[in-house]
Design a protein. Structure first.
Length: 305
């Protein structure tokens, strides 16, 4: 690999949490111009987090271009990398600390991020593209078994369905949080059931009350090879729309939901979801996903030295 003979500034942050060593950790490599795709992938593999991002000069008038890598592949779009990288750019002074919005150029195109300041800190909100509902997975008993559950653990009357705002996930509503915690992640079992559906990651959840969900995400069978993710912003936008569509969350002109994720892993996360609906529409006119970010580590990535 040919790389510049210098180091790169590196930050790690915890996303969708207000306390360090919780939430979903993210590595951000600043000023990554000159790094090859091969090197970026190798760095992400070295970091071994759900995702590592690389900040590059903007090409389409945005704040920065951002490339996102899991330890195994590059992603066109992801939630906690978007929010975490935006927070780092604010904290590093790449954009004004007083900025109320910025735009990150990702593989799916420009992703707007809104900054909401509170007395205790800030919450960053990313705007999702429009949600698309896809195939219904008819193999209910087989998918339940692949998750180590019984078909009776599935929420009655709610289909298992693929949905996406940029990355596809298959949504599995369960009857209660006990079933969510009892589920197990197996790449072989999930791959056998979902091979005909493009191997989307599985997002399983249960309703706790009208505006609270309890969630987990499994992806060992797909290209990311992530056994379990502590907080999945890219899945949480469609999750909110799915929960409203199937009346697990009451529909209104404005809907606010909190999805608790990562608790079973010891990385408790709180993902906030905002939806807006026009009269009579089943598809939300706007989807935002937001959360807090806390710094964890600052260092220098030595490559080619």
């Amino acid at each position: 690999m040919t790389v510049p003979n210098s180091g790169y500034r590196l930050r790690t942050v915890d996303v969708f949490t207000d306390r360090v060593l919780a939430g979903n950790p993210l590595a951000v490599v600043l000023d990554a111009k000159g790094l090859s795709t091969e090197t970026m992938q190798a760095v992400a593999r070295e970091m071994n987090l759900s995702e590592t991002t690389f900040v590059l000069p903007a090409e389409q008038g945005g704040t920065a271009r951002v490339r996102i890598f899991t330890p195994h592949t590059e992603l066109a779009f992801a939630g906690h990398p978007t929010i975490g990288t935006a927070w780092v750019l604010l904290d590093e002074g790449v954009v004004s600390p007083a900025a109320t919005a910025l735009t990150l150029e990702e593989g799916i195109g420009p992703v707007p991020v809104r900054v909401e300041r509170t007395e205790t800190g800030s919450v960053l909100w990313m705007t999702h593209p429009a949600v698309r509902f896809g195939e219904v997975v008819k193999e209910r008993a087989q998918l339940a078994a692949a998750l180590g559950l019984a078909e009776s653990d599935l929420a009655s009357g709610v289909p298992i369905q693929i949905a996406s705002t940029g990355l596809a996930f298959v949504y599995v509503a369960l009857g209660d949080s006990r079933a969510v915690d009892a589920a197990t992640s197996s790449g072989e079992r999930l791959g056998n059931v979902l091979s005909g559906y493009g191997l989307p990651p599985v997002f399983l959840f249960a309703r706790r009350n009208d505006h609270r969900l309890y969630s987990r995400m499994f992806g060992p069978h797909g290209s990311t090879a992530i056994v379990e993710d502590p907080a999945t912003g890219s899945a949480s936008g469609p999750l909110g729309a799915f929960a409203v569509r199937y009346r697990l969350v009451p529909r209104s002109a404005s809907v606010d939901i909190v999805s608790e994720q990562g608790t079973k892993m010891g990385r408790q996360s709180f993902v906030h979801i905002k939806l807006a609906y026009a009269d009579g529409d089943e598809i939300p006119t706007s989807i935002e996903v937001g959360g807090s970010v806390v710094p964890a580590l600052t260092g220098r990535l030595s490559i080619g030295q």
